[in-house]
Design a protein around this ligand. Sequence first.
Ligand SMILES: O=C(O)c1cccc(C(=O)CC[C@H]2O[C@@H](n3cnc4c(=O)[nH]cnc43)[C@H](O)[C@@H]2O)c1
Length: 226
Amino acid sequence: MVVQAQEGRLITSSVRVLVATAVPAERDAVARSFTTGDVIAAGVGPALAAAATATALTRAPYDLVVSAGIAGGFQPDAPVGSLVVADEITVADLGAETADGFLPVTELGFGTVTHRPPNSLVRELVRATGARAGAVLTVSTVTGTAERAAGLRHRHPTALAEAMEGFGVAEAAALHGVPVLEIRAVSNPVGPRDRAAWRIGDALAALTEGFGKLAPVLESWKEHDL
Ligand SMILES: O=C(O)c1cccc(C(=O)CC[C@H]2O[C@@H](n3cnc4c(=O)[nH]cnc43)[C@H](O)[C@@H]2O)c1
């Protein structure tokens, strides 16, 4: 059992949570307000995220894995500074390019392209944090043009955000039979590359605020759904 002091109250948690961020700044932003789970900086990109998450899952048992960090938001639905909870975690660039367009790997007869977090948990998180729920895409290349952003939204009309780790974390969790969530704070619009416009500080603050509301949600979810 893990105990956390929050606003003068003691919150106990029996849900064993692993949070996988990409970089130390994200890990620290989560750990600032979420002290009832383990938080790791797993690395940037889906491969390293999957490897580090799978390694952590072999070392200790967990009830839930959360992929978390900053992300690009599709405009106008996910403004900079907003929080997004994935109702699906979809890899957007795993497949084949053809003369007729992109074919996901599943249409080539292999694997998986989408993992779905528990519905009830997503709903409860939206209620508690005010986050928006939608698809979060995992890409290996940060989108840098309006054309690619439009193409991704055309193929994934419910997408709110793109990041680089969620699908890797979800694949590792699925191999271990553990449910997965993805929580992202929007640091930049998805579209033409403008590094100066990234609001990483605002996004990290939103991540801290969102994770501050997670522990009680997990407790009531465990009572009903685990
Ligand atoms: O200087 C750049 O433009 C640049 C190029 C490659 C990577 C970065 C990063 O800062 C790593 C991205 C990091 O943060 C997540 N993230 C944030 N915004 C986006 C996005 O628009 N598209 C994809 N990923 C994004 C991602 O999960 C990585 O961990 C900067």
